[in-house]
Ligand binder design. Structure first.
Ligand code: PLP
Length: 276
């Protein structure tokens, strides 16, 4: 397996002999790390529960985390989920890497589509899955929105979307997301939206793909999944807690067990940041 070096490693190498002009303040365009303090209640709860650090979380997931995450989906997007429609995970990075390997494992010539530019883990997952990649170019001309009419898209076994998008900040409306859900149903392809930036917005709240799924009448979320995480919304990437939610058939059909081979779900005991 050959993985590309992380872009920030490449960037550091390129910048290493350059002395910045001290007349200007530095603008750090580095990893998507929150620049705000982790909220007090998270820090406090963590301190009160350090005695639990010698315990593994349940590999099947803690019920209170699942509940808090479902209540977030209900409160924020009006999407009511059954506990079996959500799996709590470590970070979403880990799922973005492992889910494509799980889903594409039995395909003869797997094809994965995702936006370009992209979060590098999508590419790592494609390499590990031996998948051919279809890039959904985000350009000034298309308003940084993926072209749903791209002919090669119909060959995809898995499409990853990432809206609100990193790095372009572009957002797809409820209606636009609904068109993607219809596409996933029509061509029977799994659609996964990486929604870890859903809570970072100015003005109108971005919609979730699961909300769009309900909007177009796909009430069982067939072929549709979303990921979310506390890393950005709660300024807590060090805690590693997120979820994958949507199509129960995909989630219950072995994914849960595959995920627990590599990841444990974690959160602060009794109180997940998703509960606020
Ligand atoms: C687009 C995107 N998806 C997922 C992640 C990973 O987030 P997590 O901390 O949940 O692994 C990041 C983190 O930078 C990201 O930018």
């Amino acid at each position: 397996l050959h993985f590309e070096p992380y872009p920030f490693e490449k960037l550091s190498e390129l910048l290493k002999d350059i002395t910045p002009n001290s007349a200007y303040p530095a603008v750090t365009l580095t990893i998507g790390e929150p620049q705000f303090e982790t909220p007090d209640f998270i820090q406090e709860t963590l301190k009160q529960n350090v005695h639990l650090l010698n315990k593994y979380p349940k590999s099947s997931g803690e019920a209170y985390v699942n509940e808090a995450q479902r209540s977030f989906m209900k409160k924020r997007f009006g999407v009511e989920l059954k506990s079996s429609e959500l799996i709590s995970v470590f970070g979403t990075k880990e799922v973005l890497f492992s889910f494509p390997q799980y889903w594409l494992h039995d395909k003869q010539n797997p094809v994965m589509a995702y936006p370009n530019p992209f979060y590098q883990i999508y590419e790592g997952a494609a390499i590990a899955s031996r998948a051919r990649v279809v890039h959904l170019d985000l350009t000034v001309e298309n308003g940084f929105k993926p072209d749903i009419n791209l002919p090669s898209l119909k060959e995809a076994d898995l499409i990853i979307l990432n809206f609100p998008n990193n790095p372009t900040t572009s957002v797809l409306s409820l209606e636009e997301l609904g068109e993607w859900v219809k596409f996933a149903l029509k061509y029977d392809v799994v659609l996964l939206n990486d929604e870890c930036y859903s809570e970072l917005y100015v003005g109108q709240k971005p919609a979730s793909l699961l909300e769009a799924s309900l909007h177009v009448g796909n009430e069982k979320f067939k072929n549709v999944l979303v990921l979310n995480s506390i890393s950005k919304r709660s300024s807590a990437p060090g805690l590693r807690s997120g979820f994958i939610a949507g199509d129960e058939k995909i989630l219950s059909n072995g994914m849960e067990r595959y995920g627990t081979c590599g990841t444990y779900t974690r959160s602060i005991r009794e109180k997940s940041p998703f509960s606020t």
